[in-house]
Design a protein around this ligand. Structure first.
Ligand code: NDP
Length: 412
């Protein structure tokens, strides 16, 4: 019998949904490029249900119970002696989502002698100290591609919202106004702008493809160059590094993983190299940008807007500068957790577990660390090291919440 600790975000404040806005989800069987969607032997959920919160339990409860395994599901992950900390001590498997990351630091790994597998139900395993996982020979796997398209849609939405000044205009309506001049004084067309992505992997390339019909000039930088045919099809300008890209772009979107090479890549120096009045959209990871440098650049007009859904740590402290800086379009970390994406990453998590319990290999494209080294997608897109430093700050969100909204959450 294995013990599995699954850390998920909290249920809605109104309670676990009893009905949904839409029935079911469109059917997809392949991602762009041909990779198949997850292929578990079976699933115990209806696609379109809320699976990423505690009561949804990624649809794993019945399956793990049938096999006689012990499943602990919690959202309590950051305070000292959290449920996560206590249950981790004798766990074999940890499952976590980047949206509500269970930071698997070296200290936590050292306290979990039985831990063998860390699954990211989503994409991006930077909440795991990969160096420590390599040294302890813990397998780290994620559900590659499960929400890449979801995020690319969100990026396009955020670029359009910032450039066209959507959120402040919506706010005027809600406030009862009809303030055209206030709304349009910061509103532009995207057409004709230079838009660049830092990384053209699954998300970055999907963003480029989606933006092509807007008649913009497209740019990218990446560690590996895209095939010439793709560069020609999308009329892409390749840049050898991020700095050369940001110098010429009106809009920059960040789509690389967080690893030691990309941590703090957008610091005050890099932002100062951007065109004055550029827009920056980051749905990759909060730690790729220096929070104070971003806020200062918005205040001074170096950036015209910043949007994204990723912060550090998560949940972000109540006084995080990105909550209150001007001209921002931030959301909590949601772009990769649409109900559509949840169905895919819940199925992918189940597929990984089925392989693990049957002693079969996990798909190579799902692997980040295996056999004491970076493997699969991890070997291609990450560099070894640790990016979890400072994650203990996430405890400050709950500490502040206990003073404010205590007792408001409705139990299922
Ligand atoms: P991919 O692995 O398909 O793409 C990542 C790309 O980043 C690869 O092309 C990789 O290059 C490139 N890259 C890595 N390091 C650098 C670097 N130093 N400079 C330039 N490019 C670099 O992953 P996805 O596109 O699916 O996801 C990307 C990231 O987006 C995830 O790692 C995650 O952090 C974030 N994400 C956010 C989500 C959200 O909900 N907000 C959901 C899903 C993902 P190469 O492989 O050529 O070396």
């Amino acid at each position: 019998m294995a013990k599995i600790v699954c850390v998920l975000y909290e249920d809605p404040v109104t309670g676990y949904p009893k009905s949904y806005a839409r029935k079911g989800l469109p059917y997809l069987d392949r991602y762009p490029g041909g990779q198949t969607l997850p292929t578990p032997g079976a699933i115990d959920f209806a696609p379109g249900e809320l699976l990423g919160s505690v009561s949804g339990a990624l649809g794993l409860k019945k399956y793990l119970k049938r096999l006689g395994h012990k499943l602990v599901v919690t959202s309590d992950k950051d305070r000292p002696n959290s449920v996560f900390d206590k249950e981790l001590l004798d766990a074999e498997i940890v499952i976590s989502q980047p949206f509500w990351p269970a930071y698997l630091t070296a200290t936590r790994i050292a306290k979990a002698p039985k831990l063998k597998l860390a699954i990211t139900a989503g994409i991006g395993s930077d909440h795991v100290d990969l160096q420590a996982a390599i040294e302890r020979r813990i397998t780290v796997a994620e559900v590659t591609y499960c929400n890449s398209i979801s995020v690319s849609e969100h990026v396009v939405m955020m670029i359009l919202s910032l450039v066209r000044n959507y959120i402040p205009s919506w706010q005027w309506v809600v406030k009862g106004g009809w303030n055209i001049a206030d709304c349009v004084a910061r509103s532009y067309d995207v057409e004709g702008m230079h838009v660049g992505t830092v990384a053209a992997g699954r998300i970055g390339l999907a963003v480029l493809r989606r933006l092509k019909p807007f008649d913009v000039h497209l740019h990218y930088t990446d560690r590996h160059r895209l095939p010439e045919s793709v560069e020609q099809e999308l009329n892409l300008t390749f840049h050898p590094d991020a700095e050369s890209l940001v110098r010429v772009c009106d809009v920059v979107t960040i789509n690389c993983p967080l690893h030691p090479e990309t941590e703090n890549l957008f610091d005050a120096r890099m932002i100062s190299k951007m065109k004055r009045g550029a827009y920056l959209v980051n749905t990759a990871r909060g730690k790729i940008c220096d929070p104070k440098a971003v806020a200062r650049a918005l205040e001074k007009g170096q950036l015209a807007g910043y949007a994204g859904d990723v912060w550090f740590p998560q949940p972000a402290p109540r006084n995080h500068p990105w909550r209150s800086m001007p001209h921002h379009g931030m959301t909590p970390h949601i772009s990769g957790s649409s109900l559509s994406a949840q169905a895919r990453y819940a199925a992918g998590t189940r597929e990984i577990l089925e392989c693990w319990f049957a002693g079969k290999p996990i798909r190579n494209e799902y692997l980040i660390v295996d056999g004491g080294k970076l493997a699969g997608a991890g070997a291609h897109s990450y560099s070894a090291g640790n990016t979890t430093g400072g994650s203990e700050e996430a405890a400050r969100f709950k500490a502040a919440a206990r003073g404010g909204s205590k007792g408001k959450r409705k139990k299922k």
